[in-house]
Each structure stands twice: as C-alpha cells, then as structure tokens.
Write a protein that binds this ligand. Structure first.
Ligand code: SAM
Length: 217
C-alpha cells in the first residue's frame, strides 16, 4: 500500500464518518441541515432590513436558530455590517464548516456557536445576558455590540413545525424582558398570531411569518 492509498483511505473514512454523523444528528434533531433556497433567503433578508429601518438598528442583534452550514447567517452579517449576527447550531459538521468559512471569508460581525435552540440556548437567548456576551464580537470591540443588553433581538429560523411548537411553548413560559421579533420561514409559531405573512412564489408557495414578542408586544 502506498502513501497515496493511505491518504485516500483516511479521506474516504473521514467522509463516511462525517456523513454518518450528519445523518444521526438529523435523525435526532428532526430537521436536516438543508440550506434555505434563494427566495427564502431573499425574503428573510428583506424582512430583517425592513425591521432595522423601521425600528432602528441600535441595540439590535440578529440570531439564527439552527444556522445549518452558515450561509444565511453570513449573508445577513454581510448585509448588516454594524449588527452582530449569531448562528446557533447543534449539528457538529455544519457548525464546524460555518466556523471555518467565517474564519476564512468573514464577515467579522458573524459568529457561530454550538447550542440547542429549543432547550438551554433558547432560554439564554430570550432571558439572560448570555446572548449579549456570546454575540459580542471581541475582535470588533464595537459599541453596537456593547449596548445590546435589554435591546432588541431579531430571531430568524427555518426549522420544522415540531420545533416551532416547542419554541412557542418555551416562549409562553416566560416574560420576555426584551423585544423579540421572530422571522420564521415555512413554519408558523404555534399558538401565536403572526404580525405579517409573506407568501413566496417558489415551488411550495412557502410562507414566511413575522411575530412580535416580548417587551414591545
Ligand atoms: C432546514 S435547516 C436550515 C439551515 C439554515 N437556517 C438555512 O436557512 O439555510 C435546519 C437546521 O436546524 C438545525 N437544528 C435542528 N434542531 C436544532 C436544535 N434543537 N438546536 C440547534 N439546531 C437545530 C439542523 O441541524 C439544521 O442545520
């Protein structure tokens, strides 16, 4: 066996292991790391920009719940360079890819962290200063990031109806201390009434829901 064979065997083994890990985690999480399509991304990015124009961008951060391979988080961060954008993901391989891409291609206001968005991480995102601490881009030292406590959070997601039921239940359990705007692609947040619904002209006539929750409800 030559060195080339050994390298090829290691690469093939690594790929198989990675694919198996993605499959197992998809099964456990109930949502595959399938990236949203261009129309969904365009709609979400437009709704985020509208929110920032209407309510101002100071004290605002954006969090993507289940950020997959990181494309949407990085896009939103590139489009809103003065706003911290955090992607939270529990599937390890897509998360590692996201971190790598952010390191290589930026943007600096994008960050990724491991977390469960229907359990512990969501509680931190909604209630505590955890999010603020974790979204502060240390290298930026930006004032924007430093003023986010008690500010506004724009949550973005593309998950599943089961996830949205559990997130709705979690939100119902607590009194939100900050204004939260939730933009959900394809799945409604049970049992809340959306503030706005957009129907896209894609194959599935996907709906994108906007909810206003928390302090400014
Ligand atoms: C359909 S993909 C969407 C990816 C990305 N948001 C996009 O629009 O391209 C859903 C992602 O949510 C992640 N996910 C599912 N359940 C999760 C959980 N409880 N905590 C964190 N991430 C989760 C999955 O691993 C997957 O990457």
């Amino acid at each position: 066996m030559t060195v080339t064979h050994v390298i090829l065997a290691i690469a093939a083994g690594g790929t198989l292991l990675g694919a198996a890990l993605i499959l197992i985690q998809t099964f456990r999480l109930g949502a595959p790391p399938m990236p949203s399509n261009g129309k969904i991304r365009h709609a979400v990015s437009h709704l985020v920009a509208t929110e920032l124009v209407n309510a101002g961008r100071r004290n605002t951060r954006i969090v993507e719940l289940g950020s997959g391979w990181g494309g949407l988080t990085r896009r939103l961060a590139a489009e809103q360079p003065d706003v911290p954008v955090l992607g939270v993901e529990r599937s390890v391989i897509p998360l590692l890819w996201s971190v790598l891409m952010q390191r290589v291609r930026g943007p600096v206001n994008a960050r990724f962290q491991y977390g469960d968005v229907v359990e512990s991480s969501l509680v931190g995102l909604l209630d505590g200063p955890t999010l603020h601490e974790s979204t502060r881009p240390a290298e930026q030292g930006s004032e924007t990031a430093g003023r986010t406590i008690g500010g506004r959070t724009i949550l973005v997601c593309y998950l599943s109806s089961e996830h949205m039921k559990r997130i709705g239940h979690r939100i119902g359990e607590r009194r939100l201390g900050r204004e939260v705007v939730l933009i959900s692609a394809a799945f409604a947040l049970y049992p809340y009434e959306p503030d706005r619904v957009e129907t896209l002209d894609d194959l599935y006539r996907t709906r994108v829901y906007v909810y206003r929750l928390g302090a400014a409800r």
